[in-house]
Design a protein around this ligand. Sequence first.
Ligand code: F0G
Length: 448
Amino acid sequence: MSALRCINCQSDFLTSQRIYTCAKCDGLLDVVYELNEFQGERMMSVWDWRRASPEAIDQSGVWRFRELLPEAGESEIVTMIEGNTQIWNAPRSAEYAGMNRLSFKHLGMNPTGSFKDLGMTTGITQAKRLGATSVACASTGNTSASMAAYAARAGMKAFVFIPSGQIALGKLSQALDYGATVLQIDGDFDDAMRLVREVANDSPLYLLNSVNPFRLEGQKTIAFELMQQRGWRAPDRVVVPGGNLGNSSAIAKGFHELMERGVITKMPKITIIQAEGANPLYRMWQKIGDGATGRRGDGATEEVEFEAVATAFTLATAIKIGNPVSWPKAMRGLRWSEGEVECVSEQEIADAKAMIGRDGIGCEPASAVTLAGIKKMVAAGGIKPDENVVAILTGHVLKDPDYTVSYHAGTLSYTNKSGEQTMIESRYANAFVCVAAERDAIMKALGF
Ligand code: F0G
């Protein structure tokens, strides 16, 4: 049996209640489970066995782990057989960062090209259980693409609130194609988020942002699947981009549950990387103190107030967020795992993305903060080159082709805080070659 529990005042609610935050103190809610005998070896062997099953709910890299998910009947589950995303080693990226080895788990290989599908299968399933016929979210693009697809599968209406002109075209095209109603809000993501929460409170729309705890339950299976793929051996560290801070929170919860159930004895350090211009968690982390070693005293966090970044900026539009909803859960994950927070510049993100491309893997800009952050932390001594690190790539390289082509063409730029146009140096550019439609010219261009 599962229940909803406030992470703040610990009040419990039924999972059949249509609430997004605590009805008493407005704190964030967790889905919690009885600590029963489904643990350790037994849990691992049941979950391992399901990988060989032909059933959709066993093949899904989310529902395979259903003993630790909110109850849902098989006919209620809306799945696109999400998950099952590859872990690849990345030797060029490892060398670039100064690591002996490095691997990427690429969540961009999900049905709609981002990790959001893992949370959307559980979110839409809950919407169906509650009898909702229309769903809504604010989004920097990926959530809207994923929600639109899953809503279409479930026969529900989807309404997405996106910041006008600030999402990558690949993502917008998906939401349109999957039939969602797209509202371009004349504001940024934080405005869209505030507005969709207000509208969801006063309308039949079911809210599917990651403030909804059912979303995070699906995303926590990233930790389960990662462990399963590694033969249940934990890495030292898991590095994840931070935007609205739902995903890092969810992954931390997944590892914490594995610890409670005797699969691991120590959590991998959850390491959250933000973009410099959208780094409210990093700023808070610095205020807590002793950022250099990442060690901090218990309870210190309660004394520091969270401050939003008023006008967040990064070309990695997926994480252009100044007021992340899930920051208290992210802080909890950092405490549980002795984790760390870092932030990286636009230049560092762009170069790291090009390097992930050189490994033949590729990702969207927001995902590349992971490699940029690892490189920065290795240089500062915070990560040891022989650590066993898995970085989470969150979105597919085809989500934002404009960014990639601009980088390689040497035209990627942004307007800095003082209003000046700033060019990104294309240090690892692979510019295309313009050539006349003649055999000789082509041979010459090929160097023959
Ligand atoms: N990477 C990508 C590709 C994303 O789309 C997002 C978030 C993140 C990282 C950050 O994850 O918010 O859980 O900390 N995208 C959301 C969206 C906000 O609307 O698609 P987070």
